[in-house]
Every structure is written in C-alpha cells, then in structure tokens.
Design a protein around this ligand. Structure first.
Ligand SMILES: [Zn+2]
Length: 284
C-alpha cells in the first residue's frame, strides 16, 4: 500500500470513529455518559432534571426532591450533582440506549437514570408504585456518583441492590417479597449467597444458573434488601454507613466487613439466616 492510500484509509477510519461516537452520544449507548444530553425537552426540579420527548403524557415526578432528601439521609451522602432522569419515548429507545429491557436503570459516572416507556405507562395507569421504582434507582444514582469508574466495577453488586431495595422499602411491593416471605424461603433451605450475584463485566457463576425459583429475581433482590435491613438493625445505622462508605473507596468486602462488624462475612451470613428464621411469625 502506498503512502497516499494509507493516508486516505487513516482519515476514513478517524471519520467513521468520530461519526460512530457522535451518533452514540446523541442517539445510543453513550447517552448515559455524554457530557450533554441533546434532543430532549427538560423539566426542572430543585434536585433533578427530567429529560423527555414531547408529545405524550408524563408520569408525575411530584415528591422527587423529597425522595432525594430521604436517600441522602439513608446513605449519609449528598448527591454530587443534580440527578438526570431520561424518559424513553418507547421501549425500543430504552433498549437502544441501555442495551436492556429492564423497567429502569442507573448508570455509572454521572448516576443518570433511564426509565422505560413500560414503567411510565404503568405509572400513568397507577399499576405499580412508581415512587418506589424511582427511589430504588435514585439509590443507585447516589452510589454511582460516589464511585470511580473502577469502583463501579468492583463495588459489591449485591450491596448496591440490597441498599436500593432497603432505601425504597420495596418489600412486598410490585412482586418483591415481604421480609416474612424471605424468612419462610430461608427456612425451606433456599438462600442465594451474595457472591453468586455477578459483578459488572462478570459472567454469572454456575450457582446463579442453578438457583431454581419461579420468581427468582424478585426473591434475590428482596433477600439482599433483608441483609441490609438486618445489618442496620443488628449493628446500627452508623456502623452500616462506615461499612458502605469504606466500600465506596474500592476496598475489599471481606476485609472491611471483618474490621467494621468484627465477624467474617461468611459467619455473619449464617447468623443472618438464623435471625431470619427466628423472626417468622413476629411483627418485624
Ligand atoms: Zn437495582
């Protein structure tokens, strides 16, 4: 290949890369990470901005500033920036932006939240408790805003979910299990070890695939929420916060757990299971 051809080829590659990145930042997978969000209308709240496409009814975001205040208390952290929430006009758009068909998702770096059309429609029809979903994602958003990019890959995924379920008090709502139901499953020998939940970029371990339950995902999330609830009730909110904040600094879970709670993570999980079984029939 002569020099001229190499030059033309290099320029073509650079142009294609620029167009691809530009397209993704405006229409695709880079929207959650792009410095600016273009092509959306904006609705401003004190602590959040909602991005939406004109022409269809929006669910109510009344109370969002209170949800944010409440999350700051539970996590003992303040949001570093206003929360940006992107409402997808269709579920295809949600899939295009996030690569997934879940109802809602929060993203690393800025902690942006992307909400599917399906969840908005349910909110408008009052089918599900929209506020609960919103607060769940706002918990992820707050955690994400305090994690480095590396940290977002290593922060325990079970803790991220458990804290979001606890903060939004999702137990018994929209298909999630009550604490009592989680206890009853544990009594029957069903327990999903937190280490079986895959970290970002990790393939799910065999135990994850072998865990058989009809409503597996709701159970797992609810059980993680019960672990956070148990940690706070057993050791106190302040001690839980020390544990959570240390893990935000990309530290090892086993070490931090032992140092903060004075028990190994594995021994704690056995104690957790015993406490859950003992609480069956009690009103807590
Ligand atoms: Zn979640």
């Amino acid at each position: 290949m002569n020099l001229k051809k190499i030059k033309i080829l290099s320029i073509t590659v650079i142009i294609v890369v620029i167009i691809t990145i530009g397209y993704s930042a405006v229409f695709g997978r880079l929207i959650p990470y792009s410095p600016v969000i273009v092509g959306y209308e904006q609705k401003f709240f004190k602590k959040a901005t909602v991005y939406y496409k004109k022409g269809y009814p929006l669910p109510s975001f009344e109370g969002i500033d209170e949800f944010i205040d409440e999350n700051e208390k539970i996590h003992n952290l303040t949001y570093k920036r206003k929360v940006e929430i992107i409402l997808c006009e269709s579920d295809q758009e949600k899939k295009r932006i996030t690569g997934s068909s879940t109802r809602a998702q929060a993203f690393p770096l800025f902690g942006r939240v992307v909400i599917s059309r399906k969840l908005q429609n349910e909110a408008l029809a009052d089918k599900r408790t929209f506020g609960v979903y919103l607060q769940h994602e706002l918990s992820h958003s707050l955690t994400s805003q305090h994690l480095s990019l590396l940290g977002s890959l290593t922060f325990p995924a079970w803790l991220n979910e458990g804290l979001a379920v606890y903060a939004s008090n999702q137990f018994g709502k929209g298909g999630y299990f009550t604490k009592q139901e989680v206890s009853e499953h544990i009594l029957q020998g069903l327990f999903f070890h937190p280490d079986w939940w895959p970290q970002p970029l990790q393939h799910a371990p065999a135990e994850f695939k072998n865990f058989k339950l009809k409503d597996k995902f709701h159970f797992i999330y609810s059980q993680f929420g019960c672990i956070v609830d148990d940690l706070i009730h057993t050791y106190g909110h302040d001690r839980f916060i020390v544990y959570y904040h240390e893990l935000l600094e990309n530290k090892n879970n086993e070490e931090v757990f032992q140092n903060v709670f004075g028990v190994s993570f594995s021994d704690y999980l056995d104690e957790f299971k015993n406490r859950m079984v003992l609480r069956i029939g009690k009103n807590s």
